[in-house]
Design a protein around this ligand. Structure first.
Ligand SMILES: Cc1cc2nc3c(=O)[nH]c(=O)nc-3n(C[C@H](O)[C@H](O)[C@H](O)COP(=O)(O)O)c2cc1C
Length: 380
């Protein structure tokens, strides 16, 4: 299975919140490449249906083309919820801890800063007492589904599960990966039993996979980070490079420096197959035309975890958001939904990497071919 996975040098990255649609996964895997379904914030029943539909979709596309080629692998990506994240010290997670009390106070203060715009948008914000730091996002059920449905690849982001989770998946024949942003996270992931690592550089769109959400996001450039991580984990573990990769020259460079494959997100956001929302698409289109918002930056304003998105008014106005995921995600949900209803690109999350202006509105198979063309023709 690992050989089949790595026969595809460009993977379509997991993108929660819509973009990693069934159609995108079916299209990419029908091309023989690896693609992901994003299991974060997706109820387990829907994720199971998505997986079956994407597999069937890839099979039908190949059959319709009269191809006998094997489809690529569909991976499933899961957010590691705080209760299952071994990188957060137990005393910080205890419900009656000083850390949890301080976090609730910081959340109250942050909520105050949002009240005026909630009023203007005519939405109600949840009370701080209704926000749940221990929301597991169907964690146990999703791991059960991986085993029951024989999913071939699970990758984890936002933290590091216990070694028993890796043991269980290995026994079921599932390969495991962890997204890491530092050499220390990489070492710990390998120690716990990860089969591969996604090395996420600072230019990546969406959430940084910091294992400790209170840590500062590292700024080591992707190619340097790859070399540092290769040094600490040794030659055998496959590294998948992610962050800011928008053309085949960059793909070739990462492969030359020891990546087994690369994972691209932003490059696929504007493809018709992606489930990117209309407001997100509008902002991406404007960024590509250099019409409106074009810069990306890191923010905790929408979710309480560092993430890179197109910098808009809300990001600029709320630089003071505390490290409190998933509570801030729950808190801002009504504001983001209201902004999407109005197509207001200034008031909702617009996750994208630094290569945002280069994302093209064309079919996913063409984007995939563009990303691999130098490799095929061997120019680099
Ligand atoms: C809209 C969006 C949503 C994302 N959601 C997830 C996710 O659910 N899980 C995950 O591991 N990474 C997620 N990421 C990060 C991507 O998997 C990948 O690391 C990143 O897109 C690579 O950088 P690039 O966007 O510059 O290609 C997301 C990225 C974007 C742009």
């Amino acid at each position: 299975m690992m050989t089949r996975l790595l026969s595809s040098p460009v993977w379509a990255a997991p993108m929660a919140g819509g973009p990693s649609s069934v159609e995108l996964a079916a299209t990419i895997t029908a091309e023989g490449a690896t693609a992901f379904l994003a299991g974060g914030m997706r109820p387990v029943g829907q994720l199971i249906e998505d997986y079956r539909a994407a597999s069937a979709g890839a099979g039908s596309a190949l059959a319709a083309a009269g191809s006998t080629q094997e489809p690529g692998v569909i991976g499933v990506n899961l957010f590691v919820p705080e209760p299952a994240n071994t990188a957060i010290p137990t005393e910080r997670k205890a419900p009656d801890s000083e850390a949890r009390r301080a976090r609730a106070e910081a959340l109250s203060a942050y909520r105050e800063t949002l009240l005026e715009e909630a009023h203007a948008a005519e939405v109600e914000l949840p009370e701080v007492s209704d926000l749940n730091p221990d929301d597991t996002d169907d964690w146990d059920e999703k791991l059960d589904a991986a085993v029951a449905e024989s999913w071939p690849l699970i990758t984890f982001t936002f933290g590091l599960p216990a070694p028993q989770v890796f043991d269980r998946l290995r026994a079921a024949g599932t390969l495991t990966g962890v997204t890491v942003t530092t050499p220390a996270e990489a070492q710990a992931a390998v120690r716990h039993g990860a089969d591969l690592l996604t090395v996420q550089g600072p230019n990546a769109g969406g959430h940084r996979s910091l294992h400790d959400p209170q840590a500062d996001p590292g700024q080591t450039p992707l190619l340097d980070l790859l070399a540092e991580i290769r040094f600490v984990v040794g030659p055998d573990i496959p590294l998948i490079a992610a962050g800011g990769i928008m053309n085949s020259g960059q793909v070739a460079e990462a492969l030359k420096l020891g990546a087994a494959a690369v994972q691209c997100g932003t490059a696929f956001l504007r493809t018709p197959e992606a489930g990117t929302t209309p407001t997100h698409r509008l902002a991406l289109e404007q960024a590509a035309a250099r019409m409106n918002l074009t810069r990306t930056s890191l923010t905790r304003a929408y979710s309480g975890r560092w993430a890179r998105g197109i910098e808009n008014r809300f990001q600029r106005d709320h630089k003071d958001a505390p490290a409190a995921y998933p509570e801030i995600n729950q808190l801002t949900a009504p504001l983001r939904a209201a902004a999407q209803r109005r197509d207001d690109v200034e008031s909702t999350s617009l996750w994208a990497g630094v290569g945002v202006a280069k994302a093209e509105a064309k079919p996913a198979a063409e984007v995939l071919r563009d990303l691999t063309e130098t490799l095929i023709f061997g120019n680099k």
